[in-house]
Design a protein around this ligand. Structure first.
Ligand code: FES
Ligand code: FE2
Length: 382
């Protein structure tokens, strides 16, 4: 199912567009004991509540070209997204108040959603504005603030009065005039924090992704910092020859290069991964780069929407390179990350992993900082 979605997505995507290896010890110097963290976490994630007052990616603009009524469950709530008469994206609860069928099985009439069962119609505020059988009365469904920005659909599932569009993260490198932008999706059968942990600890690429990692990953220097609620971690890999697929993307051939991977995490679960590659031999000067957005949206406690968006500068990459970059990412995510994380989720079960007292390695620092930050934000909300 996910692969078929991906294939479909590829069709329209074209038209629209590593800290030195360390011993296995409990991490020190973070001023956060496992026990303390677990107390926070057990109240705030895993089997606990979501961060509601936050913008989540609900989909891509282009999806509404393919399916005008886009049904997607976000934070365990069914939502239908569509364009109103003005072309603006709206999101209302995907459950008719009459017989509880999905409104997404209906159609759009005059910019309103008409239920496909008995014809009730709802506007973007969720108010019933059409009833072929009598007065509309006070019938309504929930409506959610939605924003469309750079082909991403964002939804706010919390207090609508707090839904400030200025809180949407500012992602660079999405302007298609200067960048090739490629989009993909996969559905994860895991809690979203297990999936964000994956990106925040890229030590795994040496072991899980033979096409992406070399032994330089383990030898790399890792720097992790926190800037307000943003967690940043970078991995500087020195003196490696990239695997063939990456050598093609970064135009490094068989040269020895230095590669830096930097991840910025924004609560609740959106990340920017920047990769810079440059030659070790400073007598030549070139630099190539890529950016990948890793945008995770909880579908429910045990499943996650994973939107990923690759950007390559048109100045250094052509269409073929962009296509191969996304194909390499998709292959890694679908055939390597997903099976591992889905299997991990089965082992963790319906628990917050931190409550199970996992062994913590130094490489877990960024993930633990992000989890702690998110737990605090959630705790402040309830
Ligand atoms: S179920 Fe929607 S109008 Fe009857
Ligand atoms: Fe991975």
């Amino acid at each position: 199912m996910h692969l078929s979605w991906l294939n479909l997505a590829r069709a329209w995507l074209h038209s629209v567009s590593r800290e030195p290896r360390q011993q296995c010890v409990v991490m020190e110097g973070m001023h956060l004991s496992v026990e303390a963290h677990s107390k926070i976490e057990s109240a705030a994630s895993g089997v606990g509540p979501f961060l509601r007052n936050s913008w989540y990616v609900a989909g891509y603009s282009q999806e509404l070209d393919m399916q005008p009524l886009l049904a997607r469950t976000i934070l365990s709530r069914p939502v239908v997204f569509y364009r109103d008469a003005g072309g603006n994206v709206a999101g209302i609860a995907d459950r008719c108040p009459h017989r509880f069928v999905p409104l997404s099985k209906g159609k759009i009439v005059d910019g309103q959603v008409r239920c496909g069962y008995h014809g009730l119609g709802f506007d973007r505020t969720g108010k019933c504005v059409h009833n072929p059988h009598g007065p509309t009365g006070a019938l309504s469904v929930a409506a959610y603030p939605v924003q469309e920005k750079l082909n991403l659909l964002w939804v706010w599932m919390g207090d609508a009065a707090l839904a400030d569009p200025a809180l949407i993260p500012e992602f660079a490198n999405l302007d298609e005039g200067h960048h090739h932008v490629r989009r993909g999706y996969l559905h994860g059968r895991a809690h979203y924090e297990l999936m964000t942990d994956n990106i925040l600890d890229l030590s795994h690429i040496e072991f899980l992704h033979p096409g992406l990692g070399t032994d330089a990953v383990g030898r790399a220097r890792v720097d992790t910092t926190q800037d307000g609620t943003i967690v940043r971690t970078s991995r500087a890999m020195k003196d490696e020859v990239l695997p063939p697929g990456l050598a093609y993307v970064y135009k490094s051939g068989d040269q020895r290069v230095n590669r830096t991977m930097s991840v910025d995490w924004y609560p609740a679960s959106n990340m920017v991964l920047q990769v810079q590659v440059e030659p070790v031999d400073t007598s030549t000067s070139w630099r190539t780069s890529t950016q990948t957005l890793h945008l995770f949206t909880p579908e429910a406690e045990g499943s996650t929407h994973y939107f990923y968006v690759g950007s390559l500068p048109r100045a250094t990459a052509d269409e073929e390179t962009a296509d191969r970059f996304l194909a390499a990412l998709s292959n890694a995510f679908v055939t390597e990350d997903k099976p591992m994380i889905d299997a991990q989720a089965q082992m963790v079960g319906n628990h917050d992993i931190m409550s199970l007292k996992p062994a913590l390695l130094p490489t877990d620092k960024a993930a633990v900082l992000a989890r702690r930050t998110l737990a605090k934000l959630i705790a402040d909300e309830v």
